[in-house]
Design a protein. Sequence first.
Length: 92
Amino acid sequence: LAGDENSDEGCRTFVITDEGHTLGNALKCIICRYPEVDFCGYTIPHPVENKMHFRIQSKGRAVDILRRGLEDLEKLCDHTVETFEKEFQSFS
């Protein structure tokens, strides 16, 4: 969702369906660390609605920052799984 007529491509709210706090909080923690991001947050409008509103305000394009955040989160998850499996094998 775009902002009002005065906002640029750096301010966007993305509506993500079938997701909740697990993705929202992890993604927010990653994106908030980017130096070009002024604000990043999410809300779950209502527990009955199966969607999340994810807001980014930045000096860059919000859609690019969201894409980068998702890619960085995927890398982090992959690293966590690989490390766990390696340690699990050495423990067994």
